[in-house]
Design a protein around this ligand. Structure first.
Ligand code: B16
Ligand code: MG
Length: 217
């Protein structure tokens, strides 16, 4: 294939915001006396905010004890803390190898979009100082179905005016790899557990445009 665009997940691919998601959810859980640890946090990667809360409530056996309004209030409370935490994000938080890869893609005329489940994606990209490099950033609030549904990747391809066959998705979460596959695109996985991407990499430092062009060509 001739790669015309890369569609990037954000958390776990461009930067590591999982540690802030964990810290913000942990504060909420500690306040309520709920169990939540780093292993549980793995299940929240790539998953929407409200679904993340539901997973935490399920783990604690209290999912049925909350109304939709109460769940929204809890998710908002976590997000307020999370937004405070990500205000500290800077260019130093870009994952290794990512800046070089983005520059190489740009120099090669390959289009780039962000396909994240995070409603905070624009703010994080701005703080990282890379917002201007992307042709399109999907608005997670407007995407009908979250990963593993293909919607966010299809939205990006459509915005770029490209068919799925010319787009490659880059993801760190199993749900994201499923979403890319369901969108009919090839996938690059970063340390993905539980799904097999077309190109599995151990870390972002292994992202290399020439190699990917050969492997996916
Ligand atoms: P927000 P990604 C995802 O980002 C995170 O991996 C996931 O843990 C989080 O719940 C989700 O964004 C929603 O984030 O609360 O900021 O809207 O991996 O899809 O870039
Ligand atoms: Mg991710």
């Amino acid at each position: 294939m001739h790669i015309k665009a890369f569609l990037f997940d954000l958390d776990g691919v461009l930067t590591d915001t999982a540690k802030y998601h964990f810290a913000a959810w942990k504060e909420l859980c500690d306040e309520r006396g709920w169990h939540f640890n780093e292993v549980d946090n793995e299940r929240l990667k790539g998953v929407s905010r409200i679904r993340s809360l539901e997973i935490i409530l399920e783990i604690n056996g209290v999912l049925d004890s909350f109304t939709e309004d109460e769940k929204n209030a809890l998710a908002n409370k976590k997000n307020t803390r999370y937004v405070e935490m990500i205000s500290q994000v800077t260019a130093d938080d870009i994952l290794p190898g990512v800046s070089e890869f983005l520059s190489d893609c740009r120099a090669a005329g390959i289009r780039m979009a962000v396909a994240s489940a995070s409603r905070n994606a624009p703010e994080i990209l701005k703080n990282l100082g890379i917002a201007d490099l992307f042709d399109y950033v999907a608005d997670a609030a407007k995407v009908p179905n979250s990963k593993p549904a293909p919607d966010v990747f299809l939205t990006c391809a459509e915005a770029l005016g490209l068919p799925s066959s010319e787009c490659v998705g880059i993801e760190d979460a199993a749900a994201g790899i499923e979403a890319i596959r369901a969108a009919g695109m090839r996938s690059v996985g970063i340390g993905v557990v539980g799904e097999t991407p077309d190109i599995p990499l151990r870390a972002t430092s292994e992202l290399n445009l020439s190699k990917l062009q050969v492997l996916l060509g």
